[in-house]
Design a protein around this ligand. Structure first.
Ligand code: BES
Ligand code: MN
Ligand code: MN
Length: 462
């Protein structure tokens, strides 16, 4: 038995265990580990315990569900030889809320397979992508082909800003010491054009509250004579961008690193169809900052978006009311070298300064994070390129993404480690949206690519 196992290649092992790998992911997807909503606390904790069991079953050592001030971090490792390189794998087991639930074709936490895709909240972001690493690890270990040391750090608060992870990594510097961080929590251009993310945006997220009169009023008796905070809020928000779609907050662009013409020309080589992009989203035309292409707007320019806005009467039918309060949640996506703390302060000062005397304004910062750019001249990048060439028959293209993973810059600052963002998601996965899904092709191909990455990394790193 032992002999036949050793004779098995990692690829054969993956093929032989395909169905089980999928069933396990579906089990994980059935746990609604929504970190944003306290109602799911028990489920988030259950997902952490589930991960622990799977790490143990895969053959990891030192598996621990590590307490934090919030949801636990799962640590696991396999040190085969301290003189070999060590890869730290990061991922997250928490997911976004599933709402609006009525827009899902099947319940968010009852995974189903349709058209070779697995539909469920977290299937792509990030349970599917994170679990590929556990399975690649299992396959390498079982076939005696793990070529370097592995450490896992899987958190449960990524979708709410990773508030307690910084404390955890600061307190566990030794335990997390490694040569690089490997993360699959981003997307690729397409399955025909695999890519590696080399840039992520930073984030400043704030909530604003605008108060007009001290109570809700009759909109006929008072309307026209008292500022309506919803109208005022809308005017204030509209003024945050000019007619060129540039953000009007003074100082907002001061630290933005502009790309050179050569860098922009390089970026423009990525196979991207603006027409296809617009069509996928059912919009007549794209929109954004003047003077930049869609890829540039998404990847290298800072942005400001209202994520939610509410106030007054939103129930059935009509109620004639001039509300006392209006609210909005606003995100600003940042690029190197913008600091989210500074931007939050600039926003707060500006937003208060543009408020008319007829209302009071409060700005409450939520979470934030720094942008990150990862090198393309590293051994990790070269190893990933070789892995993609072997598994996909194509050289991966470096791209910059509009999403944020705030912990990436902290790994660099606290542990001195560069990350490699080897994501296997696609835009069609609809992460954070109803009907999130993940291609089975990507799940299996990803596991294979990850295994190949280790092979190349270990041999190149020598
Ligand atoms: N996996 C995403 C980030 C991502 C998605 C990066 C697609 C690149 C491409 C991550 O789970 C996420 O959603 N991050 C949040 C930030 C966080 C502070 C809430 C985000 O980008 O909104
Ligand atoms: Mn994610
Ligand atoms: Mn996410």
């Amino acid at each position: 038995m032992k002999e036949s196992l050793e004779a098995l290649s990692t690829k054969e092992y993956l093929d032989n265990n395909k169905d089980r790998f999928l069933q396990e992911l579906m089990d994980l997807l059935r746990i609604p580990s929504v970190s944003a909503d306290p109602a799911f606390k028990g489920d988030v904790l259950r997902a952490a315990e589930w991960m622990k069991e799977k790490f143990e079953a895969a053959g990891a050592d030192n598996v621990e569900v590590c307490e934090t001030a919030g949801y636990p971090v799962i640590y696991a490792d396999k040190i085969i030889d301290p003189s070999l390189p060590t890869v730290l794998v990061y991922g997250h087991y928490d997911v976004q809320p599933s709402d609006p639930d009525e827009l899902w074709d099947s319940p968010a936490f009852e995974p189903v397979i349709k058209n070779d895709r697995i539909y469920a909240r977290g299937s792509s972001d990030d349970k599917g992508q994170m679990y590929m690493h556990v399975k690649a690890f299992e396959a390498m270990l079982a076939t005696d082909s793990l070529p370097c040391n592995i450490k896992f750090c899987i958190e449960g608060e990524e979708e709410v800003g990773s508030d307690n992870l910084e404390t955890f990594i600061r307190a566990n510097k030794e335990r997390l010491a490694a040569d690089m961080v490997l993360i699959s929590d981003t997307s690729m251009l397409s399955n025909e054009n695999p890519s590696i993310t080399v840039g992520l945006k930073g984030l400043s997220y704030v909530e604003v509250e605008v108060t007009g009169p001290n109570r809700d009023l009759h909109s006929g008796t008072y309307g026209g004579g008292v500022a309506n905070p919803i109208n005022t809020l809308c005017q204030m928000i509209a003024s945050l961008k000019d007619d060129k779609n540039r953000i009007t907050i003074p100082g907002f662009y001061d630290k933005v690193v502009e790309l050179t013409q050569a860098e922009r020309a390089e970026m423009a080589k990525a196979p991207f169809s603006e027409e296809h992009f617009a069509k996928e989203l059912d919009v007549e035309e794209v929109a954004g900052e003047d003077g930049f292409t869609t890829l540039e707007r998404l990847g290298i320019r800072p942005t400001l978006d209202v994520n939610g806005i509410w106030g007054g009467y939103t129930g059935e039918g009509s109620k004639t009311v001039l509300p006392s309060k209006a609210y909005a949640k606003i995100s600003m996506r940042l690029v190197p070298n913008q600091d989210y703390r500074e931007i939050t302060e600039l926003f707060t000062n500006h937003f208060k300064s543009i408020a008319p005397k007829s209302v009071k304004v409060e700005v409450r910062p939520h979470h934030g994070g720094m942008p990150a750019v990862t090198p393309t001249d590293s051994v990790a990048f070269q190893a990933a390129t070789a892995a993609f060439e072997e598994a996909w028959g194509k050289k991966p293209i470096p791209t910059r993404d509009g999403g944020s993973i705030p912990i990436v810059s902290l790994f660099e600052d606290v542990l001195g480690l560069q990350a490699l963002l080897m994501g296997f998601g696609l835009d069609q996965d609809a992460i954070h949206s109803p009907n999130e899904s993940y291609g089975l092709f990507n799940y299996y191909k990803g596991i294979e690519t990850i295994s190949l990455f280790y092979k190349h990394y270990a041999s190149m790193k020598k």
